[in-house]
Design a protein around this ligand. Structure first.
Ligand SMILES: *[C@@H]1O[C@H](CO)[C@@H](O)[C@H](O)[C@H]1NC(C)=O
Length: 430
């Protein structure tokens, strides 16, 4: 009996709850961020260590990207999967019932509430930052309630500024899936540098705001009719503090949103226009140079329209597609030249919500195969009014020119609903 007690006492070396705080903090700083959060739930002493870890703003090692997705159409919680540790975490997103999140940056998500109003949330800590409501987007004219008590918005679809409004009703539910197309964020919420650039419908225009602002500011104002809208990709470059936006017509705009009167300065470099079966993305390299990545889509199967209720706009079409090619080019902005590039020892993380180009030497073995791109689902456009959800997420191998789906590689079980499909996120505690 004594022996057993001794053995149990010997096990006090393994009584992890009794570890001193500094040891716990050191262990946490060697973990990946989701494991740190998880360990905070183990016992009281680990919970207080987790509190101290956050309060001291201790750094975690280079956190590799994780996939975040919904496992079910109506699940209130999202699933976070870390390919490097093969661990799955449940991430509660309290307000989110039946909707999705669109994008991630700096470990934060751009998400929407039930009335389609956007906000930022750190899914691991639950911290939130407010963004202006949907009704402050220039083309959203009013909010009302339909016969069933649901929220609907009157959206002006007119593309010609002098013409009278061409208003259509869009339900809040539809607005959540359809209105927001791409988001780039210049810094963490709470920091002075946090500007959110939004690419939104109905005409793929740009608006921006800082957390806490009352309104979205449209960037279409100073532009001619021809230069307005039709944006397909935006990116923030922390090298020069500027946003870059690529239009479907093939031109690049440079945006300085830091000053008191920010503007889209159409530094215009017309590259080439993208055929409807191609999507162009801008991706910053670690050195600050921009890459132009072109994803070529092939189609198999007939388009399937979303279900419309009479009198409301439904827009979106789902198409079965496959990725047929991915091409990477380095953009020499000064000499206005392109140069084809093989990613080699860099991994490309790409989707409508993420664009990262990371050296494989800092990535875990499961993400460090050479010459690969980690692709997420995307949204394209057949005409400027018809977004198309493109389901095709997997690892593209540049050498073989082929793709392996994520669910063949990892234990993922995403819901087939496009607005709930996996996106890449690099978790952060701050
Ligand atoms: C990852 O976890 C799943 C179970 O969730 C398991 O079936 C699979 O074998 C694991 N993969 C590796 C490489 O450990």
């Amino acid at each position: 009996m004594t022996m057993e007690t001794d053995a149990a006492a010997g096990g006090s070396g393994r009584d992890w709850s009794a570890l001193p705080l500094d040891i716990l903090l050191i262990s946490m700083s060697c973990m990946e961020v989701p494991d740190v959060v998880h360990s905070g739930a183990v016992c009281t002493s680990w919970r207080s260590a987790y509190g101290a870890f956050r309060a001291l703003r201790l750094p975690t090692p280079r956190q590799p990207p994780c996939l975040l997705y919904y496992a079910a159409r109506t699940s209130p919680a999202a699933t976070l999967y870390s390919p490097s540790t093969n661990a799955t975490f449940r991430v509660p997103l309290p307000e989110d019932r039946g909707g999705g999140f669109l994008a991630s940056a700096h470990g934060w998500l751009f998400a929407t509430d039930a009335a389609a109003n956007p906000y930022l949330i750190n899914p691991l800590t639950g911290a939130r930052a407010a963004l202006p409501p949907i009704t402050t987007l220039e083309r959203v004219k009013s909010r009302s309630t339909d016969a069933d008590g649901g929220v609907v918005y009157d959206v002006d679809f007119n593309r010609i500024s002098a013409a009278p409004p061409a208003t259509q009703r869009v339900t809040a539910r539809r607005a959540r899936d359809w209105m927001y197309r791409q988001v780039s964020i210049s810094g963490r919420p709470g920091g002075a540098a946090c500007v959110v650039l939004l690419l939104h419908m109905p005409h793929q225009e740009l608006s921006f705001a800082r957390p806490g602002d009352a309104r979205w500011t449209s960037l279409s104002g100073g532009l001619s009719q021809l230069d307005r809208g039709l944006y397909s990709s935006t990116v923030y470059s922390d090298r020069d503090g500027l946003f870059y936006a690529l239009r479907a017509t093939g031109s690049v705009h440079k945006l300085d949103l830091s000053g008191p009167s920010p503007a889209a300065r159409p530094y215009t470099w017309t590259l080439r226009s993208f055929a409807s079966k191609c999507t162009g993305y801008l991706v910053p390299m670690p050195c600050g140079t921009l890459l132009l990545v072109t994803r070529v889509w092939g189609r198999y199967g007939e388009p399937r329209s979303g279900i419309c209720r009479s009198g409301t706009y439904c827009g979106e079409v789902h198409k079965c597609v496959v990725t047929e090619g991915v091409q990477v080019e380095k953009m020499d902005m000064e000499r206005r030249r392109f140069e084809r590039l093989a990613p080699g020892d860099h991994a490309l993380f790409l989707g409508s919500s993420s664009a990262q180009y990371l050296p494989v030497e800092f990535l875990p073995p499961s993400l460090s195969k050479r010459n690969c791109a980690y692709l997420a689902d995307d949204v394209g456009y057949d005409t400027f009014l018809s977004p198309i959800s493109r389901h095709d997420a997997g690892v593209w191998d540049f050498e073989s020119g082929s793709m392996r789906k994520y669910d063949e590689l990892w234990p993922l079980h995403p819901c087939p609903d496009s607005s709930r499909s996996p996106i890449w996120i690099t978790p952060s505690l701050h």
